[in-house]
Design a protein around this ligand. Sequence first.
Ligand SMILES: *Cc1c(COP(=O)(O)O)cnc(C)c1O
Length: 463
Amino acid sequence: MAQLNALPNMNALLDHARFKDIPRERVKRAASEVLDRLRDDFMSGAAKHLPTIDECAELIFAKIARDDVPNLRGLINATGVVLHTNLGRAPLGEEVHAAVAEVFRGYCNLEYELETGQRGSRHAHVEGLICELTGAQAAMVVNNNAAATVLMLGVLARGKKVAISRGELVEIGGSFRVPEIILESGAELVEVGTTNKTRLRDYADAVSNKGAEVLLKVHTSNFEIKGFTESVSIAQLAEYGAANGLPVLYDMGACFLLESEMLGLQAGETARDAIADGADVICFSGDKLVGAVQTGIIAGRADMIEAMKKHPLARAVRPDKLTLAVLETVLRLYRDPGEARRRVPTLAMLSIEPEELRRRAQELAEALGTVCGGWDVEVCETTDETGGGALPNVPLPGWAVALRPQGTQSVTELEQKLRRGHEPVIIRIHNGAALISPRTLLHGQGERVADAFRRIFAEEGQG
Ligand SMILES: *Cc1c(COP(=O)(O)O)cnc(C)c1O
């Protein structure tokens, strides 16, 4: 115990020359954390010796320097998972940057009509575009699609019985479970059909015999039932709803704004399809297949959208000016489908040809081959993923660079070093190889991945 007294004391550290340009409070906070850790390590036996005052000062200085790096920061996604929820889903690309900077910088006409000088609506900046792209009468935007679902049900189904297929009572992620959302919205759940088969007559039965007043369809997004199955399309449901005067609501989760032929993908219905098929209100995520920013986009019948806009809940889930600026910029690209495909990074990444990925993988492999001594570097075929719970059964054939150690080097250690590096690079490990997928690398990031490897191998060379 006597030795613990040998730990440098706080006042001596605060006066250390290393910290002469750093505010005393910052040094104090970092020092007390470092001293606590040293004390614990020493007491538990994890550390055998106590550092000198100079060594201590270095540790504290390093801690202060680490704290200067922002917590939320950019990284390179080399996983081949395009809409990686943990990595912020859709990347936005360069255009958005320039267009949005103006709004970031100062004041803006968020709720102000320049023409009249009157108060305006924040939804107005994107409503016309959403209507144009979906064919809907009216539209609004909220914080995310979970909020869109809550608002839609809370306003249009509160106190009512909501019919939904048992095959669509899904959990989307963590705490978003469709049955719970329905109950939270003050609606009553009427389960229809079975897990694998639901027919139109099951909905009719729910309406005639169980008093269902609202028909809800939810896209199952992150899973698919195969085999002996049957479900009711939004077109059939909408036709039935219209004939019986019942609102038909559709949580589409992830949907495209572009036809899937345009993207060369088997990707199902677009928002426009669902509106054309007669859904009264649809909602979907802005940062899944739309490739914009975290938002919930709601579109449909004017009277219903109006009711939602006026509801107090709308205030609690409204988007901010930065979100709207990004969304408007991205939606404008969609006016020219070819442009959207090229310039919305999510769409470009999903529709890129495997041959092009192979070319990029080869280029990257050549760069890494010269850097990664002791590792076999080659290109291999992979299956990339859409991610974000979208298109779980649409495989994306791709190519990756695979690194395998020739000796006893560890693949997990390499993964960790890349992740903890100056510019973090997130990779996949598959069958004992470190995989780097060019699909999710943005313009110029291949070179930066090579830089990250260079830094790691240079350090190893020294150590
Ligand atoms: C993803 C998803 C949600 C939640 O959307 P967020 O934008 O993540 O809030 C809700 N419903 C469905 C069907 C989804 O796929």
